[in-house]
Design a protein around this ligand. Structure first.
Ligand SMILES: Cc1cc2nc3c(=O)[nH]c(=O)nc-3n(C[C@H](O)[C@H](O)[C@H](O)COP(=O)(O)OP(=O)(O)OC[C@H]3O[C@@H](n4cnc5c(N)ncnc54)[C@H](O)[C@@H]3O)c2cc1C
Length: 448
């Protein structure tokens, strides 16, 4: 079998196939990540949550990853006037984990290589494939030379600009959509303080919501934070307008005054790091017969605002692994995989886009914050009847499409009390809970 792309999903999938005794080669266009400090213009750290952990556990690599994972219990919001508020992500003990992209990738490659029949071929770029009756030919280039290998299966885990998908796109009736967000991002590091410790609380994802743009900071085990400014490219507050050191400084002093003293090298760092774009990919089907499958960003690249891109790619591995037990032939396995995962991929794309608006616009809004509090109370009192949408996505294995549908029903049920100010005043009185739950039951039975 061949896997194309030794990123987060490809190396995890190699380990899973290796666990089953398959003979696997992973072809990766870049050099071995263990010999490099690769950044590749993408986030330095990532939020790992339950769907990712489940896949890591299934693969038998979760313990190795735990060593580099930093628990994050909630959002720490920063208002312009310096007021700070904390919003826990879920129930007591529920958290997401910050992990270094490079560190995680190295661990996954190492864990896959421990399998006797798994090997990695770095510096091998894929240029597509040709399906034949009995086998499939993978077209590669290494050291300036073309090379073909004949395999039974190809798994395209080569990211948002997948060459495997590029070849698949020539098939009749293959749907493909690529869309860029009008917003981009830039990362700058926040170094440890003079005492060598974190400069802000390390148990939170820090957010400075400012309407059409926002700053975020996620901690790293080395006591740094990775700060990311997300905003539109165009317009007076746009990333393109921040083209001199003075403008960058003035922008931060106006909108994020509490961060400025914590970023003494802001202007230097701003000039050193690139502005990166945010792309979304949708396609269908995710397989070419029983021989080729797309996984991870190759099939469903999304914006990063739910922290689910990698997690959903890892969930692809969990689901595909399960389908290998449920079906006998690869034709059946990959048909079932595409049928099951495509609606989930579309749903998380939509959820991630919506969460951008929530993070930059609503997280500072009193009505929104009250709703979050009410939902948390509801979940605590009726955990079997109410799981907030964020928890369904982050702390459960409910398919994303079901979570999206249920979340919309819950939103309508909550709107029925949020529109009545008397409910706000009776926050301490639990009568509103029955009202919301009744409304939700009506919504659910209508949908059924
Ligand atoms: C700013 C930002 C923040 C993010 N934060 C989070 C987060 O907090 N949580 C989360 O879950 N997700 C997050 N994501 C999403 C996450 O990064 C991706 O979903 C994840 O990296 C997808 O993994 P992958 O293995 O499918 O693809 P990739 O990680 O892109 O790996 C693809 C691999 O394929 C290789 N490759 C590409 N083309 C070829 C070729 N032709 N031949 C051979 N090899 C090839 C590449 O070199 C690469 O190694 C974030 C993304 C961004 C941009």
């Amino acid at each position: 079998m061949a896997i194309v792309g030794a990123g987060l999903v490809g190396s995890l999938w190699a380990r899973m196939l290796g666990n089953r005794g398959h003979d696997v080669t992973v072809y990766e266009r870049r050099p071995d990540p263990r010999n490099q400090n690769l950044h590749g213009g993408r986030s330095i750290n990532l939020a790992l949550s339950d769907r990712g952990w489940k896949a890591l556990e299934l693969a038998g690599v979760a313990e190795a990853v735990r060593d580099i994972a930093l628990p994050i219990r909630g959002r720490r919001m920063h208002a312009v006037d310096g007021t700070k508020t904390f919003q826990p992500y879920g129930l007591e003990g529920q958290c997401i984990y910050s992990v270094s992209r490079a560190g995680l990738n190295r661990i996954l490659v190492e864990c896959a290589e421990q399998m006797p029949k798994v090997r990695f071929a770095f510096d091998h770029r894929c240029h597509g494939y040709t399906r034949k009756e009995e086998a499939v030919h993978l077209h590669l280039e290494t050291g300036g030379h073309a090379m073909d290998v004949e395999v039974d299966q190809i798994f395209g885990t080569d990211g948002a600009f997948s060459a495997v998908r590029g070849r698949m796109a020539r098939n009749d009736r293959f749907d493909f959509e690529q869309r860029y967000l009008a917003h981009g991002y830039k990362e700058v590091p926040m170094l440890p303080g003079p005492d060598g410790g974190f400069q802000m609380e390390e148990d939170g994802l820090h957010i400075w919501p400012r309407g059409h743009f926002m700053l975020m900071a996620l901690p790293n085990p080395d006591k740094t934070f990775t700060c990311t400014l997300f905003g539109p490219y165009e317009g007076p507050d746009g990333l393109n307008a921040l083209d001199t050191g003075e403008k960058v400084k003035a922008f931060f002093e106006t909108h994020f005054p509490d961060v400025v003293p914590l970023l003494p090298h802001l202007v230097e760092d701003w000039n050193r790091y690139p502005v990166s774009s945010l792309v979304m990919i949708r396609c269908w089907p995710w397989n070419d017969g029983g021989q080729v499958a797309l996984m991870g960003d190759a099939s469903h690249a999304i914006v990063p605002f739910y922290g689910q891109g990698m997690n959903s790619g890892m969930e692809d591995c969990t689901i595909l692994d399960g389908l290998m037990d449920a079906h006998g032939s690869w034709d059946e396995i990959l048909e079932a995989y595409t049928a099951q995962r495509k609606p989930a991929g579309d749903a998380i794309l939509e959820l991630a886009l919506k969460n951008y608006v929530e993070m930059r616009d609503l997280t500072g809004d009193p009505a929104f914050l009250l709703q979050k509090k009410l939902e948390a109370r509801l979940q605590k009192a009726h955990p079997d009847r109410w799981i907030p949408l964020y928890s369904q996505v982050t702390f459960s294995h409910i398919p994303y499409d079901k979570a999206l549908e249920r979340g919309q029903q819950q939103q309508r049920a909550m709107a029925s009390v949020m529109s009545k100010p008397e409910a706000w005043n009776h926050y301490e009185d639990d009568g509103w809970m029955e009202h919301v739950l009744r409304h939700l039951e009506q919504e659910t039975s209508r949908a059924e």
